[in-house]
Design a protein around this ligand. Structure first.
Ligand SMILES: Cc1cc2nc3c(=O)[nH]c(=O)nc-3n(C[C@H](O)[C@H](O)[C@H](O)COP(=O)(O)O)c2cc1C
Length: 375
């Protein structure tokens, strides 16, 4: 019997919500909200361009969940109060004018916050690297975080539940719990930043416990068709070369534990943009293929997925159900429509991600740059 190959343009359904294709915009911080974290009209235009450009689902930039310690970057949007919610409603309404879903990425910076004076983390371990994304100050070491107490765990969990309820009120199709790239949940998952001796430290199950508790609390507070996904990764913003210590064996244990909650989707990030380098193991398996073999959840692959051949190989090799695209989507918000029509797509220039996301700025950069830095 002839098998029909899957393509990036095949539809899919998650929690009864229909995606026009397998193409997802990866979450990307753009520091373009107001100082108080309110999403702007400029952001509504920015997100609408991806929906109009044919992406089936858009995941927003990391959005902070409480006014205590969660905010990671200056001018990062929040989803903490009514003003934030109304700002996001404008974004969601713009996206829903087209045939696309929109998911709010809920993020707590933990020890990697660049804006809160004091920081919290699973343990008092100073992060590697420098605070550097705030261009108004020169790079400096991250402060030593305070180890979280039970009250902190409860406050973070409550923040996530409130944020998810506000996201629902704003009209989002779901939320993604950001447990990747070195931020708070990832600090729990990573052995060298989690030295706890209580039930939140030690083996994989314990290190994932806080994430799973927050997931379950958010799920319990949400209607059945509200998507709650989880993003996870090995590499980190402050250590792009980090890999799980036991390789594919650690991956297997992590996904075995996550299979107990079977999130609505699992999104595996490759922050450095290289899937082969960040998600593959020497034994030929990958974090994606292991996740797919252990979970019922749809799996999103990331990291250079603008390479259509690679993306479709993963879809057909039982390693992914969807692919998320970051930098190439910034360069061409209409990437799906362009690819469907046979190209060409616009190359990515580093200048596109700073200092602002305005479409006029993007156009200016495209006119000024001659060399592609997308690798
Ligand atoms: C400007 C920029 C901002 C990013 N911000 C986030 C973020 O807020 N949350 C997140 O999970 N990943 C973030 N990432 C990582 C991307 O989601 C993605 O993993 C990375 O760009 C690799 O995918 P790509 O090869 O398609 O670009 C960011 C990446 C870029 C380029």
């Amino acid at each position: 019997m002839e098998t029909i190959s899957k393509t990036i343009f095949d539809p899919l359904e998650i929690r009864g919500r229909k995606l026009a294709n397998r193409l997802v915009v990866a979450p990307m911080t753009r520091v373009s909200a107001t100082h108080a974290g309110v999403p702007t009209q400029e952001m509504a235009d920015y997100y609408e361009a991806f929906a109009e450009g044919g992406f089936g689902m858009i995941i927003t930039e990391g959005t902070y969940t409480d006014e205590l310690f969660s905010k990671a970057n200056r001018d990062q949007p929040g989803i903490v109060n009514a003003e934030h919610m109304h700002g996001w409603k404008r974004v969601v309404t713009a996206v829903h004018r087209h045939n696309a879903l929109i998911i709010s990425q809920l993020m707590h910076g933990g020890a990697l916050s660049e804006v809160t004076g004091a920081t919290i983390a699973p343990s008092a371990v100073q992060p590697a690297g420098l605070r550097s994304t705030d261009n108004s100050v020169s790079p400096s070491p991250f402060p030593m975080p305070r180890a979280m107490q039970t009250e902190d765990l409860n406050a973070v969990k409550e923040g996530y539940v409130r944020a998810a309820l506000l996201a629902r009120e704003a009209g989002f199709d779901g939320v993604e719990l950001h447990a990747a790239n070195g931020y708070l949940f990832d600090q729990f998952i990573t052995p060298h930043t989690n030295l706890r001796t209580d039930e939140y430290g030690g083996n994989e199950r314990n290190r994932l416990r806080f994430l799973m508790e927050v997931y379950q609390a958010v799920k319990a507070a949400s209607p059945g068709d509200f998507i709650v996904g989880i993003r996870i990764s090995e590499s980190k913003v402050n250590d792009l070369t980090y890999r799980w210590p036991g390789g594919s064996e650690t991956a297997r244990r992590i996904f075995e534990v996550l299979a107990e909650i079977d999130p609505d989707y699992v999104h595996i990030a490759a922050e450095g943009g290289r899937w082969e380098r960040e998600c593959k193991y020497p034994d030929g398996s990958s974090s994606n293929s292991i996740a797919k073999s252990l979970l019922r959840s749809p799996v999103i692959a990331n990291g250079g997925m603008h390479d259509v051949a690679l993306a479709e190989t993963l879809l057909n090799n039982h390693a992914a159900d969807l692919v998320s695209i970051g930098r190439a989507a910034i360069a061409s918000p209409d990437w799906p429509k362009r690819v469907a029509a046979g190209g060409p797509v616009v190359p990515f220039y580093k200048e596109l991600i700073k200092p602002s996301l305005t479409l006029a700025h993007t156009q200016r950069v495209k006119e000024q740059c001659h060399e592609s830095t997308l690798c």
